[in-house]
Design a protein around this ligand. Structure first.
Ligand SMILES: [Zn+2]
Length: 125
């Protein structure tokens, strides 16, 4: 491995990421950077995790409205890991996406819902 590629990809001796993201909730966080002190070890570093945002879908779903939670999560490795938005519905279905993808998606959904609400308001007049 060349010196340049070491700069780009890091090395197993890179210092573990010790910082908790601002959104990390201490009661949900299982991050243990000490497991990565001697290099990357898969599956033992835990994760930074935000508080749950409850997804109470409410009326309009039949027969039982689905419930779920959404939260941010970030794995622990000797390098900075990507942050993911994870959505769990009824303890089964799971959707996970990098926040870089979630931002534009939710902006588009917000526009769509705003448009739907405006149309609904117009129909009720
Ligand atoms: Zn944390």
């Amino acid at each position: 491995m060349s010196e340049k590629s070491r700069e780009i990809f890091g090395t197993p001796k890179t210092a573990p990421d010790q910082q908790h993201p601002a959104w990390c909730n201490p009661s949900r966080c299982t991050a243990d950077p000490s497991t990565q002190a001697d290099g990357y070890r898969s599956g033992v570093g835990g994760e930074h995790r935000s508080a749950d945002v409850p997804l109470n879908i409410g009326a309009g779903s039949w027969p039982i409205p689905p419930t779920g939670v959404a939260f941010l999560t970030e794995s622990v490795a000797p390098w900075r890991c990507s942050t993911f938005l994870r959505i769990l519905v009824d303890g089964g279905a799971e959707l996970s996406m990098a926040i870089e993808s979630a931002g534009p998606l939710f902006a588009a959904l917000t526009d769509l819902v705003t448009s739907g609400l405006a149309g609904q308001e117009a129909n009720w007049r």
